[in-house]
Design a protein around this ligand. Structure first.
Ligand code: ZN
Ligand code: ZN
Length: 364
């Protein structure tokens, strides 16, 4: 007997498990008055799924079911749901499924910066219940953390917008990137490629950096970046410096690993008042090693997801902009395909975002 008493998912079940996931069954947390149940159709694979599943971000609560770029249909509404969501309606959710709604961040809609937030998987509710994510048959969340998806965005495109997309969009939008701006993006994978797309949408010049040479053609031709440099090669970095020294308004660091990054060279690209913003979290044993005074004139910060308003704005833009083409590689959900996706993402070798599909065939 499965739903409604049990949900099924693909989870990491033991210490050495990665990248293997097993089909697991678990009881959902008790239905709260404002909770909804979503039957999942698709879920994007995020860099954080790779690091979390591999145990690189610390403790895992087994079985750990990853996935936080989730699209599905509502199949149950708690007795006090009041937003007007309906059974059968398509909704999505990202990496955060609850926040205190009372702190300074929450009051401004930036629920992703709440100190008491609950993340979509491997998180803990106040009562000790563990959250389990989107590579699953169903998920139960508070209705306020579900996003309505505009009709003309397919589920495969909508899913990765809810983590990778908004994480790249928000810092560009907040910093008012526009025509005449110049931005750089380091790491053109799931998140980085969204950065290129939104940067071009805002009318800015986009300079892309990646260590995988095979991405050069698609980044220039499909994503329309203005330039591409292989940052594993000193010569190419020097070429970038020759062309763009002191000129970037924003530099997004979107690579899953930061150990090999030559910070001095990248910092020299920044203009006065420019911002370097990390939007991907590397394994916890990789740390920033920056000489403080090399940052004179520019600043360094981190950003993840965005506010409710920013997310709605992004979804609205994508629904209207025919030219904004998010590039997804679809893969039917299975343990083998998820392991393959994890391996490819860990090597940074995707074009550009992998989304798992066909959940109804896997969870019969
Ligand atoms: Zn994510
Ligand atoms: Zn809060």
């Amino acid at each position: 007997m499965s739903y409604p008493n049990y949900f099924e998912g693909l989870g990491v079940v033991e210490e050495q498990g990665w990248p293997q996931t097993n089909k697991v069954k678990y009881a959902p947390k008790k239905l709260g008055p404002n909770d909804i149940d979503i039957k999942i159709n698709v879920c994007g694979v995020c860099g954080s799924d790779v690091h979390n599943s591999a145990g690189r971000w610390g403790e895992r609560h087994f079985p750990m079911v990853p996935g936080h770029e989730v699209i599905g249909h509502i199949v149950k509404l708690g007795p006090q749901c009041s937003r007007g969501l309906k059974i059968g309606q398509r909704v999505g959710l990202g990496p955060v499924i609850l926040s205190c709604e009372n702190c300074e961040s929450c009051k401004r809609g930036h629920y992703g910066s709440c100190p008491d937030l609950v993340v979509t998987y491997n998180g803990k509710y106040e009562d000790g219940n563990v959250s389990r994510g989107g590579f699953a048959s169903h998920i139960r969340i508070n209705e306020n953390y579900a996003f309505e998806i505009p009709e003309n965005i397919t589920s495969e495109v909508a899913a990765p917008l809810l983590c990778a997309g908004i994480t790249a969009f928000a810092p560009l939008y907040r910093n008012k990137v526009q025509k005449g701006s110049k931005i750089g993006i380091v790491g053109i994978g799931g998140v980085g490629h969204m950065g290129v797309l939104f940067g071009k949408y805002f009318g800015s010049k986009v300079v892309a950096f990646d260590v995988v040479e095979a991405k050069r053609a698609p980044v220039l031709q499909q994503l329309n970046a203005d330039n591409f440099f292989n940052n594993s090669e000193e010569k190419q970095l020097d070429e970038a410096i020759k062309l763009y020294k002191g000129s970037l308004d924003v530099l997004l660091i979107a690579s899953n690993h930061i150990n090999g990054i030559n910070w001095d060279k990248f910092i020299s690209l920044m203009k006065f008042g420019g911002k370097i913003i990390t939007i991907a979290e590397p394994p916890s044993n990789e740390a920033l090693n920056i000489r403080p005074f090399s940052l004179i004139g520019c600043s360094f910060e981190a950003s993840a997801i965005g506010s409710f308003e920013e997310t709605k704005t992004m979804l609205d833009i994508v629904s209207k902009e025919q030219d904004l083409k998010v590039l997804v590689e679809k893969s039917p959900l299975s343990s083998e395909n998820l392991a393959n996706a994890f391996r490819k993402m860990d090597l940074g070798d995707t074009r550009f975002k992998i989304v798992m599909t066909d959940f109804d065939k896997f969870f019969k």
